[in-house]
Structure formats: structure tokens, C-alpha cells
Write a protein that binds this ligand. Sequence first.
Ligand code: FMN
Length: 414
Amino acid sequence: MTNSSLKNRKRVAKSLRDSRILLGVTGSVAAYKAIELIKGLKEQGASVRVVMTDASKNFVTPLSLQLASGEKVYGDLFGEPMSHISLPKDADIMVIAPATASIAAKAANGMADDLLSACLLSFRGRVVIAPAMNWRMYESPAFQRNLKRLIEDGAALVPPDKGLLACGEEGVGRMAAIGKIIEAIKSAVSPKDLLGEKILVTAGPTREYIDPVRFISNASTGKMGYAIARAAKRRGAEVTLISGPSAIEPPAGVGFIPVVTAIQMRDAVLGHLPGATVIVMAAAVGDFAPEAMGKRKLDKAAVSSIKLKKTPDILSELGAMKKRPLLIGFAAEFGEGRRGDGLKRARRKLIEKGADIIVFNDVSRKDSGFGADTNKVVMLLKGRGNDLPLMSKDEVAEAVLEEIHALRAKRKRF
Ligand SMILES: Cc1cc2nc3c(=O)[nH]c(=O)nc-3n(C[C@H](O)[C@H](O)[C@H](O)COP(=O)(O)O)c2cc1C
């Protein structure tokens, strides 16, 4: 099968791309961080309209937010009559970041005495709220009461971090990192079509130790597997991430099992198999391990060669099981070009390893594979293929989950 015969049929699931966000900025010292948040959201294809409170203008200028969003900034309830109805109507999601104690009190009690609080009251979609304030204010019974009520009303909270606050005190109250806020927004706009699924994801490299300080490994960073775990969680699945050594922070709300060697990864996968409906093997499990591991650091002069043995082939082991979850493997191969038989090898893997999907990952390109933020993949399924354009790993994760969703729906029907 050639690339040209593969059909690009699947759309990417709804993500931030094309989402219309109404961002409320309130009077906290963290208000300037709204600029970075707007830029991050726009980078991912969202459009952002900003409503500022009067107090917020002491901390960041409307012009800065206008330049970041590329849109007019709103703030006056009577400036453009009915904007408190029309702005929320045109938005998919409302985000308050930073959110003061004052806006939380207004929103929890249905007050509508300025443009932002009136917008919150008339909005009918999901609200994401990222508080920022001094720890005394944050921990006060009144604020906690208001926050609890907002959550009961359906708001998604992005909890503040602990750390040094603007007042010089240490405590909980720093607005959450922009990455966390963006993740919460993505989760809020995501369809919950994987609700009820239990998904196991493996990620990262494995290490096979030669002696206590030296090991054989590969260049996998875990980006692809972590992106799948995050996206599956967003779409409502219960996710367990089994990861080799990686510098990436485990996604919030995901069960996290750190492992080091291929054997540990295999044991962790088998241990978490009961109840799992889907397994995505995105880890770059090492193929070889030293036959024996030195107990002490080996003397360089005494070693001329190292004997290797094969590590367990987890994908094949799972594929051979009679009753098994839906099985997705990744094949890191050299794509077209000089050694352009990677796609053929990946297709063979699909058959030989008994997987339901093999994601052929072209690691011969600089913009794809280990460490890159983008991936060029072809999704191989029995009887068909889906050749995807170069995409961010987050988008590849969404595309893989689209296929998983379709296959799971089919399995449930028959
Ligand atoms: C220097 C300074 C910093 C402030 N930082 C915060 C803050 O981080 N969080 C907060 O809830 N209130 C903070 N406040 C108090 C709010 O600005 C004040 O409650 C204001 O009325 C909030 O109005 P708004 O919610 O309409 O923006 C701060 C006030 C000052 C003077």
C-alpha cells in the first residue's frame, strides 16, 4: 500500500481550535498574566474576547489585552447596550483568569452590577475559573463558600498554586500556571465521548542498566504518550499512565505509574489489565537489555563488549491474548526516502502483533518522532489507513482517540 492510496478521512475532535472564548480579567496583581493566557489560547486556534473589570485596569491596560487578543476589549455595561447578552451568546466558554474574591462573590450570588458579572449571569455554557489572591483571602470561609457554590453550579475550578505571593507571604493563592488553565479550558470544550472507558497508556523510554550508573535507552521524551493520556482524560476516560523516565509532569487526574525497565513496564501493564477497555502503547520500550547487570560500576578497561538479550515484546503478548482490550501500538520507523519501507514494516506489525491500530510514526524527519512537538503519522487499521498531515502531538492524540472512539462504538454494537 502506498501513501497516496491512504485516505485522509478523519476530522480532529473539537479542541481549542475554533473555540470562541470570553475571558474575564479582574482586579488581581496577576491580571498581567492574562496576556500570556490569551497568546497561548490563540496559538492553539481559539478566538478570545476580553471583558475587563474597572479594578483590573489598575494592573494591566486594555490596550495590552486588545493587542494580545486582536479584538476590541469590553468593560462598560452601558457602553454598548446589550453586550452583556450578546457577548456570552457568541461564546462557547467563559474563563475568569485571574478571578478575584469579589467576582466569585458576585457570581455565586447572581449579582450583575458590572459587565463581567452580568455576562456570567446570562452565559449558558461552561465557566472556568482561576482564582488568584492572598492566602488569607483564599482560605476565608466566605470565599470558600462562594467557590463551593460556583462549583456546584457547574464551574470548573483551576486551583491556585502554593508559593510566594505578591504581598511577600507564602501560601496558596498564586494563579495556576497558564498551561494548567489552558488544559482546564481544553477539558471544558472537549466532548465527553470516552466516558466509561478505562484507558491504559504507556509513554516514554525504558532504561536497561549495564551497571548502577550506565544504561541503554532511547531518545523518547514521553510527549506523545502524555498527550494521549491528557486528551483521553479530557474526553472523560479513566486513565492510567505507565511511564518510563520523563521530564513531563503527569497530567492532573490521571493514575500515574512510573517504571524504569521494559520488564517493569510489562509487569505494570499486565497488572493494570483487568477492567481496561483500551491500551495505547506509545512508550518506546527498549528492544535489548544487557544479559547481566554489574553490581558495581564496571571498570572501563575491563569491558570490551556487552552481550545483549531481547526484552519482552509487550505488544505481541497483549495481541496474542484471546480476550483483550482494544490494542493500539506505535511504530517508530524510518518513513519514505532512502529507507522508505517503514510504512510496510508498520503494516506488517499490525498483522503480526495482532493490534487493532498501529500508528506509524515517521522518525526519519526532524519535525516528527522523538522529542519533536509535532508528528507525521499514518494510522493503520485492518483494511485501511488514515494518512494524517503533520500535526501537533496534541492533535495526533485527538485523531487517535477519534479512531478509538469509533472502534469502541462498533464493538459495543456487535
Ligand atoms: C495592590 C492590590 C492587589 C490586589 N490583588 C488582589 C488579588 O490578587 N485578588 C483579589 O481577589 N483581590 C485583590 N485585590 C482587591 C481587588 O482589586 C478588589 O477587591 C476589587 O474590588 C476587585 O474588583 P473586581 O473583582 O471587579 O476586579 C487587590 C487590591 C490591590 C489594591
